[in-house]
Ligand binder design. Structure first.
Ligand code: NAD
Length: 250
């Protein structure tokens, strides 16, 4: 219960990794509000409508959350969208749209929450990045570029706000078993083969669970991690760091 008395907001908390994070933060004693485009989908947690691509919407939602919770100590910047293809696959409007949600969304939410975080004494921001920031994946040019920006942004923010008492870290999940990946698989020509390929890409031979990513986010957000800042924590079954021999040859 290390979060007892602390207040947390989780963007994109109505689904997948964000929903698992909101649930675990609550179980560890935090008072939590989810900020999501679809607050009606959130279960068992306060939910406020918010579009992270709209600054006015973000400011309204963050102030409403701070009022309802009585402050903000923890921000989990998790809302994000995907994009497929090489650099030729998406036009300028789509590049701007995805950067606007995945990168500027984190800027807007953090910017609006900073006055509250500075008053906290246990302030932490955790950004949901991706293995796509650190490994070259095929057909993910736009998405990977946004997550590379999230990684650099995490480091810059960690440097800027350390002396104000705000730690900033990120998690880099591998392919995680969320509704997002469910949608991706159902649009594939052979969903079972696509799932098998995604599982085989991760050395532990399966998809990451949203609960495993949530556990890493909660670890980084915890007041017990007071000396951890500017870190990217891989939760990818070894996808980034390990080079295994094929199972048959090992
Ligand atoms: P998801 O689609 O299950 O959930 C995403 C949530 O974000 C949804 O509730 C959606 O309503 C919300 N959202 C989308 N656009 C928004 C906006 N403009 N404003 C507010 N909320 C918005 O996805 P997920 O798989 O849980 O992904 C969550 C995060 O994890 C994303 O940042 C994603 O890039 C990252 N990630 C996912 C995987 C994976 O394999 N699932 C891997 C690495 C990183």
């Amino acid at each position: 219960m290390e979060f007892a008395g602390l207040k947390a907001i989780v963007t994109g908390g109505a689904s997948g990794i964000g929903a698992a994070t909101a649930k675990l933060l609550q179980e560890r004693g935090a008072d939590v509000a989810v900020l999501d485009l679809n607050p009606d989908q959130a279960a068992g947690v306060k939910a406020i409508r918010c579009d992270v691509s709209d600054d006015a919407s973000v400011r309204r939602a963050v102030e409403e959350a701070a009022e309802q919770l009585g402050g903000i100590d923890v921000v989990v910047n998790n809302a994000g969208v995907g994009a497929q293809g090489t650099i030729e696959a998406n036009d300028d409007d789509e590049w701007h749209r995805v950067f606007d949600i995945n990168v500027l969304g984190m800027v807007r939410v953090s910017r609006a929450a900073l006055p509250h975080l500075r008053r906290s004494g246990h302030a932490a921001i955790v950004n949901t990045c991706s293995v796509a920031a650190t490994a070259g994946l095929p057909q993910r040019a736009l998405y990977s570029a946004t997550k590379g920006a999230v990684l650099s942004l995490t480091l810059a923010m960690a440097a800027d706000h350390l002396q104000e008492g705000v730690r900033v870290n990120c998690v880099n999940p591998g392919t995680a078993d969320t509704p997002w990946i469910g949608r991706l698989l159902s649009s594939a020509p052979d969903p079972a083969a696509e799932r098998a390929a995604l599982e085989a890409r991760q050395p532990h031979g399966r998809l990451v669970s949203p609960e495993e990513v949530a556990a890493a986010i909660v670890y980084l957000a915890s007041p017990l991690s007071g000396s951890t800042t500017g870190v990217d924590l891989a939760v990818d079954g070894g996808m980034q760091a390990l080079r295994l021999r094929p199972r048959s040859a090992s």
